[in-house]
Design a protein around this ligand. Structure first.
Ligand code: DGY
Length: 324
């Protein structure tokens, strides 16, 4: 029996590509270019499975609805799947899967890195040294904000958020509060001595740091708007490792300029890879190029997980990570 034909839309780590070649008749993206909409449509017409990523054009109704589509499963390389219109996929009868769990710890590490880097002015200090502008130690030089023991508020308290809470609560003695419309089991809440709050606003008002862990798109678009940013303490920091569209970027820039909040640590942006000149010019922000899952171990694991979903599907089993 011939192997299913699988198209990877971007270059994957070598170990994951080798596994794909072992399991399937695979088409790799050797030069790692961003596929055009036309190329994505052609992939739908030429493959049994397509494995896209967050940085592709959205797999939408137009792409899924192309004439002569042979693709039966879209297996995302990533846990967030706002790059796929799942309603359109359902309507077209195309299965969608993602890659949860394998990137939890590394993404949480980046959230903690942002929190520490922005509050302790690490990026700013490093720039000072590299620019040969450091005059030496003195008691008032580059005073920053202490992290240990502070209040950390979560918008969304799923797997990645809980991994952040693990590090922040047990490593830095931080007090945890959260809002999540789908709260975790009581034992999880007890483990972190966390306070479950009824609204996003309740979290914002009390926190020294606010960290975002909700999906992007839909009703979460611009969730952190001017009004909500205004509810944060002006000494507080905003951390975003979720999706850029959860934050109204012009409102954030204004809030940072006006001292409405103290700073922000961002791994994701509204229009990646574009980062506004305003943000680039500010010292009280830390800006990372969507590094959440970017370790070799995790990116290999994401690839293997995506392939496991494709394999289960063509073996006639329910893929473990089906989201549509
Ligand atoms: C994810 O997996 O959602 C990461 O943000 C990369 O897509």
């Amino acid at each position: 029996m011939s192997k299913p034909k699988v198209i990877l839309t971007r270059k994957w780590p070598a170990e994951a590509e080798a596994k794909a070649q072992e399991l399937f008749d695979v088409v790799l993206n050797e030069d790692d270019h961003k596929m055009s909409v036309e190329e994505l449509k052609a992939a739908m017409q030429n493959a049994d499975a397509v494995c896209p990523t967050v940085s592709d054009f959205q797999i939408n109704e137009e792409i899924l609805g192309v004439d002569g589509r042979t693709c039966k499963i879209v297996s995302n390389f990533g846990v967030g799947f706002n790059n796929i219109d799942t309603d359109a996929a359902k309507a077209a009868g195309v299965v969608v899967t993602n890659t949860p769990e394998v990137l939890t710890d590394c993404t949480a590490d980046i959230a903690m890195s942002l929190l520490l880097t922005v509050s302790r002015r690490v990026g700013e200090g490093e720039r000072l040294v590299r620019d040969k502008q450091w005059d030496g130690w003195c008691p008032t030089h580059m005073l920053a904000t202490k992290v240990t023991g502070k209040k950390l508020g979560f918008i969304g308290f799923g797997r990645i958020a809980q991994a952040v809470a693990q590090k922040a609560h047990f490593g830095f003695g931080m007090e945890i509060s959260f809002y999540d419309p789908y709260p975790p089991a009581d034992e999880v809440i007890k483990k972190f001595s966390a306070t479950q709050l009824d609204t996003v606003e309740d979290v914002l008002e009390g926190a020294d740091f606010v960290t975002l862990h909700c999906p992007g798109g839909g009703s979460n678009t611009n969730l952190m708007n001017a009004e909500r940013l205004g509810m944060m303490k002006n000494s507080a920091f905003l951390i975003n490792t979720a999706r850029g569209d959860v934050v109204d970027e012009p409102a954030l820039v204004q809030a940072l300029k006006d001292g409405v909040i103290a700073g922000a640590g961002l791994d994701v942006f509204a229009k990646e890879p574009t980062v506004t000149e305003d943000l680039l010019s500010m010292e009280n922000v830390v800006l990372l190029p969507h590094l959440g899952s970017a370790t070799t171990e995790t990116r290999v694991a994401m690839g293997l997980r995506s392939l496991a979903n494709v394999k289960a599907f063509f073996d006639g089993d329910e893929p473990g990570d089906r989201v549509a």
